[in-house]
Every structure is written in structure tokens, then in C-alpha cells.
Design a protein around this ligand. Structure first.
Ligand code: DC
Length: 224
């Protein structure tokens, strides 16, 4: 179902709702690009960690973002890898340390302003399926199709657990649950760009759906 029309499809929702996997499938089906906006906040966090920068100083973090180039490079298999100042950091940004510290960048207004600007630019140049927390509300309020993907908390924890185990990472299930509760709380309550369903987004509850079923459910709403 490839299209020549310029398309913006937003997929927002909490961690572990399956957004990135579903977004990748959708983008492939539609023959357009997948934008992983979480990877951008993660990349900046990785840089701050490497430099030993104070996360709780919003000015320092914003200045760091101003002096950083975050972009994506297409791999031979068609997937997009995030680059930090030219370096492919697709693997490094998935570490637990990055995951647990990304909320600092995500809550910093100056950082969000820059990220939102970069994301809008990408959306002007490319047709995209974009996943994040504020894509349908702040970044692309006029998107062609907006979805809010959710799943119950236990199911999201189980999915994340499986994902980490499959990647060969040692995980403490109880700790993971606490970390995810904490991330949810931070995502929903930050002052800028909080996770929120856009008024005109279609809610997709994937609790009892496989990836394939979720993609099919979303595709039912996409008329191009
Ligand atoms: O989707 P993810 O787990 O890779 O996101 C990493 C972090 O970045 C998470 O704490 C939420 C935040 N984020 C955000 O604030 N805005 C976005 N558009 C995407 C992610």
C-alpha cells in the first residue's frame, strides 16, 4: 500500500505499549519512514552521561542539546539508526542507565523545544510514522492520522521483560516494574510535553492483541 501523498501518522502512548514495533511495521507497509523520537532524547542523555554533565541543571542540558547533532542514518535493511554527532549509537541508547536517566532531558523545556523543532523538520521532508509521547499533541497537531496506543500495566511489564530477556540482559522483574511505574508517572506529570492523548487520536488497546493484529487494527483507520 505504498503512497506518494505526504503522510504524517503519530503513535503516542506509554512505555511498553508496543509503539515502536508497530510503528516499524506500519512504516514498512506504507513505504514511508519510521521516526523514533524517544531515541533522540536517549541520544542526548547518552552524551550527558559520557561527559558527566549535571542532569538536573536545565541550562547545562539545553546548552548541550544546542551543541549536539542528532540525526538518523538508513541501514541496508531499511531500518533507521540514530546518530549522535555522527556516531551510530543505536545500541548504546538502550542501556538501563540511559533508560533510567532520560527523564531529565524529557522534562527540560529548552531540550524539548529543540527536539520538537528537529522533529517538525523531519516531518516536513519525509512521510513518517512517528512514535513518542507528544507527537499528536505538540509536534504534529495536524497529522493525517493520530493513534494513542495503550495496554494494561501488567502486560506492558511482561512485554518489556520478554524483550530484555530476549536481548540477553539480566533483569530483576520487581525492579523493572518499579522503574516502569516511575517512568509512567514522570511521563504523565511533567510540565512540558507530558504524555497525553490528543483529542482527535484513535485509542488502540493492544493488551489482548498481537503485533500483527494491532497493525491490522490501525490499518483499518488509515485511508489514503
Ligand atoms: O519511547 P522511549 O522509551 O524510547 O522514550 C525514552 C524517554 O523519552 C521516555 O522517558 C519518554 C521520553 N520521550 C519524550 O518525552 N517525548 C517523546 N516524544 C519521546 C520520548
Amino acid at each position: 500500500m505504498e503512497t506518494h501523498k505526504h503522510l504524517i501518522i503519530t503513535l503516542d502512548g506509554p512505555a511498553g505499549a508496543g509503539k515502536s514495533t508497530v510503528a516499524k511495521h506500519l512504516a514498512k507497509l506504507l513505504g514511508i519512514s519510521y521516526l523514533d523520537t524517544g531515541a533522540m532524547y536517549r541520544a542526548l542523555t547518552l552524551k550527558a552521561l559520557r561527559l558527566g554533565i549535571k542532569f538536573d541543571d536545565e541550562k547545562i542540558l539545553t546548552d548541550l542539546a544546542k551543541n549536539t547533532v542528532i540525526d538518523f542514518t538508513e541501514m541496508p535493511d531499511g531500518s533507521l539508526h540514530v546518530r549522535l554527532d555522527g556516531e551510530d549509537v543505536a545500541l548504546d541508547i538502550r542501556s538501563l542507565e540511559v533508560t533510567n536517566n532520560t527523564f531529565y532531558a524529557a522534562r527540560t523545556a529548552g531540550v524539548r523545544e529543540l527536539m520538537v523543532g528537529w522533529q517538525k523538520e523531519i516531518g516536513l521532508k519525509h512521510s513518517i510514522v512517528t512514535d513518542g509521547r507528544d507527537q499528536g499533541t505538540v509536534v504534529f497537531p495536524k497529522a493525517d492520522f493520530k493513534f494513542y496506543m495503550d495496554a494494561n500495566f501488567e502486560e506492558r511489564v511482561q512485554r518489556r521483560l520478554k524483550e530484555l530477556q530476549e536481548a540477553g540482559k539480566a533483569v530483576d522483574a520487581g525492579q523493572l516494574k518499579k522503574d516502569m511505574q516511575d517512568r509512567d508517572q514522570k511521563d504523565f506529570t511533567r510540565a512540558v510535553g507530558p504524555l497525553k492523548k490528543a483529542g482527535d487520536a484513535i485509542v488502540i488497546d493492544s493488551t489482548h492483541l498481537s503485533i500483527q493484529q494491532t497493525v491490522e487494527e490501525i490499518m483499518k483507520h488509515i485511508q489514503i
